[in-house]
Design a protein around this ligand. Structure first.
Ligand SMILES: *Cc1c(COP(=O)(O)O)cnc(C)c1O
Ligand SMILES: [Zn+2]
Length: 415
């Protein structure tokens, strides 16, 4: 039993019954559905005391706020309850009063995508599918493969040619059928859609499946709990398809509808200058226009975002903003985050830090604001770009005199 009462099209607002599957029949593929809950009924269960008394150490502690039933939740990999760190060194460096980083890289497949994928496989079981499929820049796919394996489902995955080394190895390790399309994410997406239509697999594609946002939103509930049942002024996150930022918004929106918080935090969506459809649309007020996918941050190399309405609404409704940062700034953030806070993120994972730095210099975020950065994925997923950002180790022979020379040059001694 859930508190879901309907689905509603984000474009034409047509309402569908709770057994609807994917998109609006009138608006087609763009008619992304939003899951609608009965908040008055939910309120009788989900109170502040509810949060305080939960003992489950995964996202299913929030089950009454979600759109899945409980049947198989005890068989899943453990998703969520990721740490929120106070970033003491970065607070000092940027003279910010309160800065936190939520490390989503500790999820089972090492990215925030696990919050959605675990819901996807539960839904596939609910609907009696044996196979689940998606296209992905890399993380949604490696995550789906892991959760499908865990629950005994087959997974079929379409990735672009450029999917990073680590992510590809993950998918194969989890036993997925991995199809690397000779093209970009747009091409992988199109082929996956045609294949899903033909073979009838359960569809985990971003945005198309309305339950993915309902999984991702749990990150907002965790922030609410982590911050002592309050919310920050800003949450900063990188944006590709727009589902993650939409999930953040939905989670905070739920809390507001339940009377647990007064305002939704401002959401800052960050994109790369080489792939910035949301930023351009935000600045010009025009509808989103397809762009190139020219960024090394593969997880946000999304030229045609699949969740434009929910993604844009998250920023507008929260009084937030979209900004862009260069790939150079992303690589610099990877170095900075590692050496100041001991956190290693993939390029799209550290893009939030680059966004914060940009937003501070533009006065969008103030030093007196309480800020949370989402580090959405672990750095080990993409060793090639990590090397680009971080360089290589020093190679030396086993000889103290050589070592002395090297250390003297770099002044790397404790004296
Ligand atoms: C998917 C992803 C994002 C962006 O999420 P969207 O829903 O595509 O906007 C950011 N960072 C990482 C690491 C991701 O895997
Ligand atoms: Zn519609």
């Amino acid at each position: 039993m859930t508190f879901v009462v309907a689905y509603q099209c984000t474009i034409c607002h047509k309402v569908f019954s709770p057994d609807a599957r994917y998109t609006c029949d009138e608006c087609g593929e763009d008619g992304i559905l939003d899951v609608i809950y009965d908040y008055e009924a939910m309120k009788t269960v989900v109170t502040k005391t509810y949060f305080k008394t939960q003992t489950r150490q995964d996202i299913f502690r929030y089950l009454p706020l979600m759109s899945v039933d409980a049947t198989h939740i005890d068989k899943t990999l453990r998703v969520g309850m990721t740490p929120l760190y106070k970033a003491h060194h970065l607070e000092q460096k940027f003279n910010i009063d309160a800065l936190y980083i939520k490390d989503e890289g500790v999820n089972p497949s090492a990215s925030l995508k696990d919050r959605a994928s675990v819901v996807a496989v539960l839904k596939a079981l609910e609907y009696d599918h044996q196979t689940i499929a998606c296209s992905s820049t890399g993380n949604a796919a490696s995550s789906l493969a892991a959760h499908a394996a865990r629950l005994g489902l087959k997974s079929v995955i379409f990735v672009p040619k450029r999917a990073p080394f680590g992510k590809l190895r993950q998918m194969i390790a989890y036993g997925a059928r991995v199809l690397q399309v000779d093209g970009d994410y747009k091409a992988a997406y199109r082929l996956s859609k045609a294949a899903i239509d033909k073979y009838g697999w359960y569809n985990r594609n971003a945005a198309i499946n309305p339950h993915m946002v309902e999984g991702k939103k749990t990150v907002a509930y965790e922030l609410y709990e982590d911050l002592g049942y309050s919310v920050p002024d800003w949450v900063v996150v990188s944006v590709g398809d727009g589902c993650t930022i939409a999930g953040l918004y939905k989670g905070f929106y739920d809390l507001k509808m339940l009377g647990l918080i007064n305002t939704v935090p401002k959401l800052l969506g960050v994109q790369s200058t080489g792939c910035n459809p949301f930023v351009t649309s935000f600045q010009t007020g025009h509808p989103l226009k397809e762009t190139e996918e020219d960024t090394l941050a593969d997880s946000i190399a999304v030229g045609k975002p699949r969740n434009p309405v929910k993604g844009m609404n998250a920023v507008h409704a929260s009084n937030g903003a979209f900004i862009e940062v260069s790939d150079q700034a992303i690589l610099a953030s990877m170095r900075l985050l590692g050496k100041t806070e001991g956190l290693f993120g993939e390029p799209a994972g550290v893009t939030s830090l680059a966004g914060l730095i940009e937003a501070l210099s533009n006065n969008i975020i103030k030093q007196t604001d309480t800020v949370v950065l989402l580090m959405t994925g672990n750095g080990l997923k993409d060793p090639k770009n990590a090397e680009k950002a971080l360089g290589k180790p020093t190679i030396i022979p086993e000889a103290m005199d050589k070592l002395n020379n090297v250390l003297d040059e770099s002044e790397d001694t404790d004296e």
